[in-house]
Design a protein around this ligand. Sequence first.
Ligand SMILES: [Zn+2]
Length: 86
Amino acid sequence: MNDLKESWKETGKGLGNAFKGLGKSIIKSADAVVDKAEDWAHADDTKEQTAQPHTAPQEDDAWICPQCGARAMKKFCPECGTQKPE
Ligand SMILES: [Zn+2]
């Protein structure tokens, strides 16, 4: 009886180690897949972000007057009245 018990213990041990190794390699490949998915998700995010600058504030319309160097927001320079260059 004891012999059977001992051999079962050894078998179980070996089986456990085998599963342990298998689990490790499965986790490793799962990690690789997750990394790929992360790359994909982040690539998609940046794509959406670059497609949105249409909603940027009017601050983008600001221009520097070539005549006096003033910062203008409208069609004409607030300092010297020069028209915004196209
Ligand atoms: Zn000016």
